[in-house]
Design a protein around this ligand. Structure first.
Ligand code: PMP
Length: 374
């Protein structure tokens, strides 16, 4: 008899996240130093929580229009128009997290057999979302300095390539594009006619001069971003995107017939959140980046992150990933093996969104590990 719950090829092609595995391992430890999961360590600001509570109490609990509540979309339009100039032919759309925005764009633009290009190392979801829609993710290698260049990408383009993903500041490397690099990527999109998806979820965590988006230099670009990281509300599932109007209208239908809308009261809360000043968090995280970078740089080769809250150090020379992870786990220190977000196993990801005390303990442990394994 055939298995009544035979798993689809689509689902069979998707493995559990290598990052989640470490998160779950952490739950079984008594007092781990957990630098594995990627979320800010601060809570939602009180004014934003109050806006959510007020929205619930005022009965804003029904479905919203699928594209998102008008005042939030208006606020997003103003923000993007300030950054990108004339966006009259584009439409902001509110989604269920940035994951929702990515999913909708993949569904709208990819057919089975199509290819997308993602950086290596990459945010794990890109690969799996491509698989879910029947497409294939091919990587462009950004080792050793994590700078995505048009040359790296151009070499990987085939006649099936339909999308190029860029992510700045990056998960897992923290690399942030400068203006010349963003211009080069924009030019690539214009030359090839292959659109970029620019994942800017970490745009508020920037330690360089400013956050630069390739969308400043080309209209051939979908921008996805959201409130999960910057407002400390990853569990609230609020994201958004800016894309050309005809494409957005397609995505309205896809969202309408899947998730319907982002959580209604939390859209009102995110609207409030967009008026808050989060720059203190940026400065705090810059300090954390410096603490960890300065603490580790004598024992680990590290590309100093220009943004986000991740670092992707190289394993010490001659040390293999398995021994390294075992040494971390023995100390109840949780980091992510590089292979969970890369085709290579030469690095590890640590998230420095943690208290300074925890970070100092982690730095001491990692330095001990480097000495022990040498
Ligand atoms: N893009 C990147 C680069 C991320 O790191 C994450 C979250 N880890 C997401 C998108 C998904 O964000 P959300 O929680 O808003 O769906």
């Amino acid at each position: 008899m055939t298995d009544p719950f035979r798993i689809s090829n689509r689902a069979s092609g998707i493995k559990a996240s290598g990052i989640r595995k470490f998160f779950e391992l952490g739950l079984s430890m008594k007092n781990p130093i957990d630098l594995s999961i990627g979320q800010a360590h601060f809570d939602v600001p009180d004014a934003v929580k109050q806006a959510a509570i007020d929205a619930i109490n005022e009965g804003r609990n029904r479905y919203t229009v699928t594209q998102g509540i008008p005042p939030l979309r208006e606020k997003l339009r103003e923000r993007y128009a300030r950054r990108f100039g004339n966006i009259d032919d584009c439409e902001p759309m509110v989604t269920s997290g940035v994951s929702g925005a990515l999913m909708l764009s993949f569904l709208a633009l990819l057919d089975p057999g199509d290819e997308i290009l993602i950086p290596d190392p990459y945010f794990v979801m890109y690969r799996h979302l491509a698989t879910m829609v029947g497409a294939t993710a091919r990587t462009y290698d950004i080792y050793p300095d994590f700078k995505p260049t048009a040359t790296d990408i151009r070499d990987r383009i085939t006649d099936k390539t339909r999308l190029i993903i860029v992510n700045s500041p990056s998960n897992p490397t923290g690399y942030a594009l400068n203006e010349a690099e963003a211009r080069e990527l924009a030019q690539l999109a214009d030359d090839t006619g292959i659109p970029l998806i620019s994942d800017e979820i970490y745009e508020d965590f920037i330690y360089t001069e400013r956050h630069v988006s390739p969308r400043e230099f080309t209209r051939n670009c979908i921008v996805v971003s959201g409130a999960s990281k910057s407002m400390g509300m990853p569990g609230w599932r609020i994201g958004w995107m800016l894309a050309p109007r005809e494409l957005t209208e397609r995505m309205y239908s896809l969202q309408q017939f899947s998730y319907v809308c982002a959580p209604a009261p939390l859209q009102w809360a995110a609207l409030k959140g967009l008026d808050q000043d989060f720059s203190a968090h940026r400065e705090e995280y810059r300090g954390k980046r410096d603490l960890v970078y300065e603490g580790l740089k004598d024992n680990y080769r590290i590309v100093k992150p220009g943004g986000a809250f991740y670092m992707f150090p190289y394993l010490p020379e001659g040390v293999d990933a398995e021994r390294f992870m075992e040494a971390c786990i023995k100390r109840e220190l949780l980091v992510v093996p590089g292979a969970a977000c890369s085709d290579k196993a030469t690095n590890f990801r640590l998230c420095f969104a943690a208290t300074d005390d925890k970070l100092k303990t982690a730095v001491d442990m990692l330095n001990d590990i480097a000495k022990e394994l040498k």
